[in-house]
Structure formats: C-alpha cells, structure tokens
Design a protein around this ligand. Sequence first.
Ligand SMILES: Cc1cc2nc3c(=O)[nH]c(=O)nc-3n(C[C@H](O)[C@H](O)[C@H](O)COP(=O)(O)O)c2cc1C
Length: 328
Amino acid sequence: MRRKISVAPMMDCTDRHDRFFLRLISKNVMLYSEMVATKSAIHGDRKKILSYSPEEKPLALQVGGSDKKELAEVAKIAEDMDYDEININLGCPSKKVQKNKFGACLMKEPDLVSECIDKMINSCNIPVTVKTRIGFDDTESFDYLNKFILKLKEAGCKTFILHARKAILKGLTPKQNLNIPKLNYEMVYNIKKENPNLEIIINGGIYTIDEIKKHLKLCNGVMIGRAIYQNPYFLTDIEDKIFNVKDKPTREQIAEKLLKYLEKEVKLGTKVNHIMRHTVGLYHGQAGSKKWKRYLSDNMMARDSDFQKAKHIMEIVQNNEKINQVTT
Ligand SMILES: Cc1cc2nc3c(=O)[nH]c(=O)nc-3n(C[C@H](O)[C@H](O)[C@H](O)COP(=O)(O)O)c2cc1C
C-alpha cells in the first residue's frame, strides 16, 4: 500500500468530487473518504454515500461505529466495492459522535475496539487500519497509548494513523479540538521506535516539505489534512519533492481536466457548486486568488449555476495563469 503521503479524511471536504480533483494533481498520495457511520453505509443510499470514480484509487473508506457486526458488514461492503482499505475512526471528539459511541471516546475501550478490529479483519481481505489520537482528556501517556496500540495489534491491525494531539472530549468544539492542545510529535516517534514492525503514520499540523521530510525519517508516512484542502496545488510540490515526479501540471491543465469531469457529472444531475467548491484554494498564495474566490462565491452558489459556466470558469483560470506568469 502507498501510505507514504495521504490526504486526511475530512467531513464535508474529502467527498468523491474533491478526491477526483486531488487525484488530478497527485497520482501518488493515498486518499480517504469522509467518515461514514456504519448504519448509513448499511441502510443508506449506498450509491450516493459510497460510490466513487475509479480514478480516485487508491482509496480508503473511513468508517465510524462500535458495533462489531455492523463494522464487519461495512468492511465487507468496502471490499466488495473495491476500496483499497477500511479505516476505523477513533479520533473524532464531537458530541454527536460520542453520543453514538464512536470516534475518540473509543480510546477508553480497548477491549471493545480490539473485538471490532478482529471482526473486521475476519470479514474482509483488504487492510483494516486505525486513525486515532495520542490520548484523551487527562490521559496522554506513552504507556496508555502503547498498550492501546498493542491490543489492536494483537487483533491484527498493522497500520496506525496517529493524530499527534489528544482529544478533549468535554468542553471543546470539534474545531477547537483540531488546534488545542499542543501537538506532541515525540509521542508518535516513540510509538514507532517501540514498535518498529508496525506502520506508523503521523498526522497533525504538517504544512511544509521540510516538515514532511523530517517526519518521514522517523515514521512510515505522513497524513495531511488542512494544508492540502486549503492549498491543493501543494500536492504538486509533494509529487516533485517527495515522489520525484517532475512534470508538474499547471493550474490551467488541472482546471481543464476538472471541467471535463464537471460536464459529465452535471449531465448526471450533480450541481456545479458541489464540485467547484473544492477548488477555492486552487490559487492559494497566487495573484488572482481573491478574484477566483469571489468568482466562485458569486457564481457557484446560484441555484441556476450550470455547465454553461464552464467556459467562463476557464476564462478566469487562463487569466489568472497569465497574471501569475507575469508576476513570477
Ligand atoms: C473539516 C474537517 C473535517 C474532518 N473530518 C474528519 C473525519 O471525517 N474523520 C477523521 O478521522 N478526521 C477528520 N478530521 C481530522 C483530520 O483528518 C486530521 O486528523 C486533522 O485535520 C489534523 O490534520 P491537519 O492538521 O493536517 O489538518 C477533520 C478535520 C477537518 C479540518
């Protein structure tokens, strides 16, 4: 599996359209779905919730739940739908998620999680991986985390994505929980040192190529969320400096390919905004960025926005491209 660099699962962000867009920029990163609750995956509109374009692969489905039977069923569904991995969310701190007994609160229940992993592994032939925090509330100790990981290793889990920040289950919103308390990368490095045979992926607050390179010396992989969503073109730097892929696509080439996808999707009933909203960061840090954002917010939310806009989108892209060629 290619988990050297992955894009983090992000609710309301990494849907299938975003993943298609990101894949136009990077062939080498691993992509994750947003978290899908077991019950939605089993009883919901599966086509709407779980379908994806083959171009998105390699792709992992992230699931939230704590019912062994349901988790096993979703693992099998993921395999049948040709996902490359099933990942269980043990890191989300939101109240709603806690109420339904999944996410970070499951760090308190290693036995239950271990049984869930065991059932998932026995029901499918794709890798079952874990995404978790380094602790919760007053618990941020190497011993606790290491025992938790060992328990899941005994059940057969070999890959752990560690968001290097503990979850505060009471008193902080999910948004605050992404920035507070401080990151503790040492904890993740120490887990890797103690468990050299496990695949340990580090996550949290990683924004630059230098940071990625430093983490890769001490962990097996790096997972990046906001830095890529806010600045998707950062992936071209990752392709170049981490994967040694030298032919960078221009933003114009990316947009051109995305518009072909847009045309196809709009015919199937997808709203233009559902695709284009993920491109807000395409000109991040570039001349024309403000204009691009304003254009998207003025036009893409309109109810009547349809594919006729594609020509106009391309004009703005080409114009931005020209401005940047002059200014760089
Ligand atoms: C908008 C948003 C939605 C998120 N949704 C999920 C999710 O569905 N599942 C999950 O495991 N983590 C979720 N996260 C956490 C990210 O996967 C990641 O662990 C976190 O953002 C830290 O990485 P970063 O600093 O590189 O963004 C979300 C984060 C953000 C910003």
